[in-house]
Design a protein around this ligand. Structure first.
Ligand code: ATP
Length: 333
């Protein structure tokens, strides 16, 4: 089936957690399909839409003015039924019923696992990485990361104003699941006192207590501790700071606010390129790949291989943060 005939109609779905820029991908997929003379069908609610035949034709009007909109017009969902053989059979039946020659699946690793299953059942697929966590091994960059970083930075800048006025300590929990990409980037960008990430064991005494105490001696009156959700609970860290340092930190869990909002320029631009390359691959007879970024360019990686790839946090960023934060806490007697 793969690459054997010219594609006439493809589907696009967004699955897993939403990320700013998903709409920009949908638009690029629909418009590029049009460019290559392929019809495009939007599948609603991820794989659930394939099972339940929940779809919408993506004509030009449907994707107008969505480039800069957060969320996903196709909705997104996690679908347990698709994890079963029966569920996947229903999904394949829908692909046949709709005459879909291929599916562009937008989401994270789970979404790509689902896409791999579809391709094993004879449906050509292409994957596009979109998650604010930036934790997909095969791609340097995932759509939504830049927007989420900027949202978190904006929130923390506002928190800093009030922490500075009241001379307080703030403990802010940011998303990122099991990875510290978001927390480290944000921590550097807001000039955090300390950043706690899952990739680096926390030495509470050295990384937090001494840093705050030295900063105080150097005349600093407010402190910003950024915690990745995968590195521990912000409430627990605040409780320990209160116990050991004797100050009463305010806790803010940024939560889902990081997944919303208009995508940044970087996300819109990269999403558009990824959407274009996914459909172009179909038009040129290729499938079964994830569209990924590498050194600024776009590459295609077979899904099976993509799912085995691991991405490691660049620890030099942690060293930079440490060096800058620690030297800000140096005091002269
Ligand atoms: P996020 O990074 O936001 O969590 P994700 O794509 O990794 O995104 P998941 O919830 O892991 O999110 O997966 C999304 C959906 O993909 C699942 O609800 C399910 O429908 C499908 N899926 C995940 N894993 C598999 C699998 N092993 N086989 C078939 N389908 C799967």
């Amino acid at each position: 089936m793969e690459g054997a005939k010219k594609m006439k109609r493809i589907g696009v779905l967004t699955s897993g957690g939403d990320a700013p820029g998903m709409n920009a991908i949908i638009r690029a997929v629909a418009r590029t399909a049009m460019h290559f003379g392929i019809e495009c069908v939007g599948i609603r609610r991820g794989y659930a839409g394939l099972i339940n035949s929940d779809f919408v034709m993506l004509e030009t009007n449907m994707v107008r003015h969505i480039l800069g909109r957060g969320g996903t017009i196709l909705y997104t969902a996690r679908c347990d039924e698709f994890m079963t053989e029966k569920g996947r059979e229903k999904a394949v039946a829908t692909c046949k019923m709709l005459g879909l020659d291929g599916i562009v699946a937008v989401g994270g690793d789970g979404t790509f696992k689902g896409a791999l299953e579809l391709s094993r059942l004879g449906v050509p697929v292409m994957g596009i990485p979109a998650t604010i966590d930036n934790d997909i091994g095969c791609s340097n960059y995932t759509i939504g990361f830049d927007s989420a970083c900027n949202t978190a930075i904006d929130c923390i800048d506002k928190l800093r104003d009030t922490m500075q006025s009241h001379e307080r300590c703030s403990v802010v929990e940011v998303m990122g699941r099991h990875a510290g990409f978001l927390a480290l980037y944000v921590g550097i960008a807001v000039g955090a006192t300390s950043v706690l990430i899952p990739e680096h064991p926390v030495d509470f005494e050295q990384d937090i207590v001494q840093r705050i105490q030295n900063s105080r001696l150097a005349g600093v009156t407010h402190f910003m501790i950024v915690v990745a959700e995968g590195a521990g609970s912000a409430f627990e860290i605040a409780r320990k700071i209160k116990e050991t340092v004797g100050i009463d930190p305010r806790v803010t869990v940024l939560g889902h606010i990081q997944r919303g909002g208009a995508p940044t320029g970087r996300d819109r631009e990269t999403a558009t390129r990824m959407g274009y390359y996914a459909v172009r691959a179909f038009a040129e007879g290729r499938s079964g790949n994830v569209i990924a970024t590498r050194e600024g360019g776009i590459v295609e990686i077979p899904i099976e291989e993509a799912l085995t790839m691991k991405k490691h946090l660049q620890m030099d960023r942690y060293e930079i943060l440490e060096a800058i934060a620690a030297s800000g806490a140096i005091h002269k007697n």
